[in-house]
Design a protein around this ligand. Structure first.
Ligand code: HEC
Ligand code: HEC
Length: 351
């Protein structure tokens, strides 16, 4: 798969065109813990701009925790199962599903490590319904989206802003649907399209150093592009690459994650157990040998190893150059604005 620069803007779904009013409303909702049944957890608790819109933790703590990022501690999480997966960064999530040369539909954009949901609008209800993430024991799961909309609707400022964003009358009421639409529009505005790599591909030769250009060639030669190609460095397909661990999750094929903006989103992989990109490269170097043995030797694993792993050609001598290249995929000039207050009057970004 060819590497490519990001397009300048992301597509909106037909039924949810972005407007400045909608985006700003979505930002307030994203940072407002009123979205959680317990009124303590905001989307930003696990997706904070400081941490590349992720949380810098191996796995997150939702209800019953306190603090942001690596400092967040469990305070009262009794009876709540720990969350098994690493929080992904949301910068450029608007481009999920975008691969070179084919049309992409925002409604079908794959969401989650295992791509079990499609589209940003539909994704919003998952954390709201999840007991461990935002609902706690405050009501039945099926009612959570409507309950959340009712909590939001009780604030005059939200009622006014929803009417501004969606129109007067019934269209502009606070419902689960309009709530999700505003949050999705906000997420679609989180774009970092001017990483040194993008500028280099658009013709700015000085945007990448000689070592970084060499790293790009090594990255291609090492076979990474079979899965991490295209403008998002992802084919958005599921692959089993035998990331080891102890959970059921570790035996599932996962969606190729983007390699953009990884500087702030460590630790890595679906279980968040690799602390650095060096560690990930060392994992691939070992995987190369294991994969050759399994795939050439006809041995069987359950689930089967991804055949694309046959193309891996990564040597320890390549690490420095590849790491230098991965650095060029960070766009540090991204939107990191945190509202100074949210309409519920609760603590911005949660407890
Ligand atoms: C307690 C932490 C937590 C909270 C709160 C939370 N998330 Fe997440 N988010 C996660 C984790 C973990 C995943 C990955 C889960 C998986 O793959 O199964 C995720 C995945 C996502 C994704 C998919 C990204 C991708 O590329 O696949 C989006 C979008 C997202 N969250 C948005 C939100 C929004 C919007 C809210 C608030 C309504 C929110 N999150 C609240 C932890 C959280
Ligand atoms: C067969 C497809 C495939 C190939 C080839 C491949 N990857 Fe991956 N990559 C994946 C998948 C799938 C994951 C997520 C696995 C998981 O978490 O269980 C991943 C995860 C990663 C991550 C972690 C990203 C994050 O946000 O946690 C990095 C970094 C990475 N790959 C780099 C590389 C490099 C460098 C190469 C080449 C040496 C490479 N990959 C080759 C499919 C592939």
């Amino acid at each position: 798969m060819e590497l490519a620069a990001l397009p300048i803007r992301a597509a909106d779904p037909e039924d949810n065109p972005s407007t400045p009013e909608k985006i700003e409303l979505g930002r307030l909702l994203f940072f407002d813990p009123i979205l959680s049944g317990t009124r303590t957890v905001a989307c930003a608790t696990c997706h904070h701009p400081r941490h590349g819109w992720a949380d810098g933790r191996s796995t997150p703590i939702g209800v019953g925790g306190r603090g942001i990022g690596p400092e967040r501690l469990p305070v009262d999480t009794r009876g709540i199962d720990p969350l098994p997966r690493n929080s992904p960064g949301l910068l450029n999530v608007a481009f999920n599903g975008l691969v070179s040369g084919s049309a992409y539909e925002p409604k079908k954009a794959p969401m989650f490590w295992d791509a079990r949901e499609s589209g940003l609008e539909a994704q919003v209800f998952h954390p709201i319904r999840s007991r461990a993430e935002m609902r706690g024991d405050t009501g039945p799961e099926a009612e959570a989206p409507a309950d959340t909309a009712r909590r939001v609707e009780s604030f005059p400022e939200y009622r006014r802003r929803f009417a501004e964003a969606f129109g007067e009358g019934d269209d502009g009421r606070v419902t689960a649907k309009t709530l999700a639409a505003a949050i999705a529009a906000f997420e679609r505005s989180l774009i970092g399209k001017d990483a040194p790599f993008d500028r280099f591909l658009r013709g700015e030769n000085a945007a990448m150093t000689t070592q970084q250009v060499r790293g790009m060639k090594r990255f291609e030669k090492a076979g990474c592009v079979h899965c991490h190609g295209g403008p998002m460095f992802s084919d958005f397909k599921l692959h089993f690459i035998a990331v080891t661990g102890t959970d059921e999750d570790d035996r599932l094929p996962m969606r190729t994650p983007t390699l953009r903006n990884l500087r702030r989103t460590a630790p890595y992989l679906h279980h968040g157990r690799m602390r650095s990109l060096e560690e990930v490269l060392a994992f691939y170097e070992q995987l190369m040998d294991a994969a050759a043995e399994v795939l050439d030797g006809g041995a069987e694993t359950d689930p089967p190893f991804d055949p694309a792993l046959k193309h891996l050609r990564l040597e320890a001598g390549d690490f420095d150059d590849v790491l230098a290249f991965l650095e060029t995929l960070n766009d540090e000039v991204y939107d990191q604005r945190v509202p100074s207050a949210v309409p519920s009057g609760l603590k911005v970004g949660g407890e």
